[in-house]
Design a binder for this molecule. Structure first.
Ligand code: AMP
Ligand code: TRP
Length: 344
């Protein structure tokens, strides 16, 4: 199989509470890339079970993420939308990568340290090897570009390290079997724009997260218009009016976050937002932000609800997507097996 030149892959975990950070940092980018790239978008349920998931809840969360993809504007006929556990090759390539990646590399992963917390002895083995599965997701399709939020940067560096070590360890065989100099691409992360790291609405030093116990800390894609407006009204701020330069936002994390959200929702930059709202108090800026957020998110919310009630349709989209993903994945696995010396 020849190496594609512009293939996008990305994934979102079905772990509930999809929020504005997921939308601005990832899903809205997925939508835009459909114009220029061949895209593969995955609901990464194998990643979700690295921490405990209630089985019934997991099933509905898989459908909810799929519904969010479709409601945001991902076209499952032109591109591929599927869930990871339906394509067994993800786990198979992850095993090979477990044997390529080094313990030291994985020990440095900050997401593992954060998620495992103090009780590391009790973390699942899967949580530790999570990044090798992520590398397998991407490299199974030999994807060239991966849109993600800022928190995934380190995992993408590891993906490149794994690809480089595989290419190097097996270089003679890669050439022998006609794959040129290297088999896996050096995947490029796409982490751009004003909202690559959306922060909690209650604490500008913490990332907006699905697992924050305070629902006021995040805007959920499932929130209705009144809830969105209320959460923005209650968002923590400082007493000063907005500054008129982007530089002056640096020491004001809450203001910086809200300006970044406005910029991302309006497809502009923080400088553009400040050109308009600089020197205005939050009593003016917050209602404008709330209106904009409702205008952009309400249609997605309505379509998500509609799709969630059409379970069979969503399941059919995933089945069809899995079939198409599998046809690429089986071919990669066959070549990988040949390269590493398994019988095929
Ligand atoms: P997850 O829910 O962890 O599977 O994340 C799905 C995608 O959303 C990934 O690309 C993350 O980097 C991105 N993401 C998660 N939280 C945020 C955030 N607070 N700001 C920006 N992007 C985020
Ligand atoms: N680890 C990513 C997250 O938590 C989700 C993910 C899994 C992913 N596999 C991926 C993202 C492959 C991009 C590409 O957000």
């Amino acid at each position: 199989m020849s190496q594609p030149s512009n293939r996008v892959f990305s994934g979102v975990q079905p772990t509930g509470n999809l929020h504005l950070g997921n939308y601005l940092g990832a899903i809205s980018k997925f939508v835009a890339l459909q114009e220029s790239h061949e895209c593969i978008y995955c609901v990464v349920d194998l990643h979700a079970v690295t921490v405990w998931q209630d089985p019934e809840k997991l099933r509905s969360n898989i459908r909810e993420v799929t519904a969010a993809f479709l409601a945001a504007g991902i076209d499952p006929d032109k591109h591929i939308v599927f869930n990871q556990s339906q394509v067994a090759e993800h786990a198979e390539l992850a095993w090979i990568f477990n044997c390529v990646a080094r313990m030291g590399w994985l020990s440095r992963m900050t997401q593992f340290k954060e998620k495992a917390g103090k009780d590391r002895e009790n973390a699942s083995v899967g949580l530790f090897s999570y990044p090798t599965l992520m590398a397998a997701d991407i490299l199974l399709y030999r994807a060239t570009h991966v849109p993600v939020g800022d928190d995934q940067k380190q995992h993408l560096e590891l993906t490149r390290d794994i690809a480089a070590k595989f290419n190097n360890d097996f270089s003679a065989l890669i050439t022998k079997y006609g794959h040129g100099e290297s088999y896996f691409p050096m995947t490029k992360p796409l982490i751009e724009g004003p909202a690559t790291r959306v922060m909690s609405l209650r604490d500008g030093s913490k990332k907006m997260s699905k697992s924050d116990p305070s629902d006021l800390s995040r805007i959920n894609l499932a929130d209705d218009a009144d809830t969105i407006a209320k959460k923005i009204r209650k968002a923590k701020t400082d007493p000063e009016p907005l500054p008129d330069t982007v530089d002056a936002l640096k020491s004001r994390p809450e203001a910086d976050n809200l300006v970044g959200i406005y910029a991302a929702l309006s497809n502009s930059s923080k400088a553009d937002v400040l050109a308009h709202y600089g020197n205005e108090p939050f009593s003016v800026f917050k209602p404008a932000l709330a209106d904009l957020a409702v205008e952009k998110l309400a249609p997605i919310n309505a379509e998500m609800r509609r799709l969630i009630s059409e379970e069979e349709h969503v399941d059919a989209v995933l089945r069809q997507g899995a079939e198409r993903a599998r046809s690429i994945a089986t071919e990669t696995m066959k070549e990988v097996k040949e390269i590493i010396g398994f019988l095929t």
